[in-house]
Design a protein around this ligand. Sequence first.
Ligand code: ADP
Length: 689
Amino acid sequence: MCASEHESERNQSSQNEQAGNPSEWKRDYSELERQIDDRTLELSLLYDLSRSMNSSLSLDEFLRSILEAIHRISEADLSLIILSFEDRPVIYYYLSHLVEGRELKEIGKSAISLFHDLSGRKVRNEKTVVFRSRDYLPESYYGQSSLQIIHHMPIFRRSLSVGLMAVCSSQRRILNENRIRLLDTVSNQASATLDRFISSLESEQSRFRSVVNSMTEGVVLTDLSGHLLMTNPAADSILFRLRLDRDQGFANSFHDKDLVRSLSDLRKNRIRSLSHEITFHNYQTILNVTASAVLDADERVTGIVWVLSDITRQRQLHEQMMQAEKLSALGEMISGIAHELNNPLTSVMGYAQLLQNASVPKEVKKKLEVINSESKRCQRIVQNLLTFARKYKIEKKWFDLNGAIESVLQIISYQLRVSSIEVKKNYPQDLPRVMGDVHQIQQVLLNIFNNAMQALLEVKRKRKIMIKADFSDGKVLIEIKDNGPGIRKENISKIFDPFFTTKEPGKGTGLGLSIARTTIREHRGEINVVSNVDEGTSFLITLPAAGGVRDKDQNARLPARIDRIPAGKKILIVDDEIEIFHFIEEVLREDGHQVNFASDGRMAVKELKGSAYDLIISDFKMPRMDGKEFFSRVSRKFPHLKDRFIFMTGDTANPATSEFLEKKKVRFILKPFDLEEIRKAIRETFQES
Ligand code: ADP
């Protein structure tokens, strides 16, 4: 009713009053009162509505205020709003008292079908939101009669029907004209404000979409039964690459029982999120899958948002780092042990040689020879261990392939023996040299031997490894063959893939052969495998070689000619091991020199201050003042002795030591050494300085 109508009614009543008819006057008065009440309600509603429209922060909050207004006007049992402008339609219910779930569904269905009749739009898989009125009664009081829509109003957005508001009651009620007019006013206001809301929501959504789309992680939204509702491009590419099923339950396509189990806890709201790592062996991919529950306003789980991250590369780097760390720790340990072994070995070897030269019976001489050759064997083992322990920059140079193979075989000789594996060698002793990093090639060979040894443990027959090498067309071909269980056909194409392993957890990383292939390719070579189940496996490596050049350094390994040093020199031996001193002292005194001893750098400096020396032979690792510090003191205080200085060390595996020796160009002999080596070093020092 408009203001002018009220005005005319008021005029009419005053005329009646003037007419002096009391009963008519009473009727008119109560009508006037009702109109004033309606008007007051209308004004207060519109005021509340405009306030909440301006202050609502979310669509839900805004719709709740509209439903509240509808409830106040209609005093209905239930009001509802259907909104169907998004991917996912929503029905908002507003209850003034308890409504059974079945009944709620029924009235929802009627509203959806009414909306469909009016707009031609279908609503499926709708989401429901339930609000309760402030005066909500937690008990139902309709008895048998069911809820019915008694009034409805369409919601338009830019002349498109996007929703419906409905007022429902359990009794046949007819709303009076005034209330209907008021409901229309609310619905018009709501349509106008909704448009603003939806526009801002849409722009927010498109901003959100572009953020999600630009993520490098795959993002997937599913409903509770696993239907995909949304994916970003990164997720699309992961789903395509890993052939993950889009149609069946999304979680099932991972074929991971643990994930499915935890997911059930997530659906039941026992946990809010979960994270799983899934390895797809067929596609050499490791995915980190995180699933988080999507909750509605009442904290109920309505969907699941998945984040898929491809962590294959990350994991590879991590494993490689772990491997490098393990090797470095092992290296440190080995270099410590080697150092400890070198000192006693020097004495054993030295005394055995000294005694061999003395006049002893033939029989004893023979035994001394055995002591000498066995300690030389120990020396080689220690040297090999040091080569493996060495932390060093990759350095490519010509190296002796025979030597590289031999030292690997020596390292594994113990395991070969205890596993009863016979090794057959079939290669010429003058294989050409190979350009590359000897340490890396040895790692490749060691890995192949280790795999062969592990595989052979599975067979009962006589275990054999055959190593064959040959040279042709500028290439060296190495074959390592075992008569183990062989590799299954379906696995042959996978063994060079990172992380492919058939070994128990903790026994294999699946990285050995993949690193081997990378290493060999970096050396411009090839590595291939031939294998037959129950017969054995053969790894073939080709490497470019020097054109038939023999290892020139081999000559260097021949024993040096024994030349005596000019006699009568005064030599200072600095070592914390008295046994080493005794041995060197004996050799040098025999050669006619005067020899003195200092147990560390400090004592040696004192000794040098007190008397003049011709030569210093010093250990590198010593307590109190180490070799490095001692050498720099000597260089400063006794510069004439700087070139008359020989280090004895077993510590060249330590990069700091080898760097120092290389930089200062100091002569050094490797512990354990024999008589001839020390004599040679002394002779060369005097010849050069
Ligand atoms: P890992 O040794 O850690 O498993 P590798 O990359 O070195 O990793 O080897 C990958 C897989 O190749 C092994 O798990 C094994 O199944 C197979 N394999 C390698 N060498 C042999 C061999 N000589 N005999 C049988 N299987 C082998």
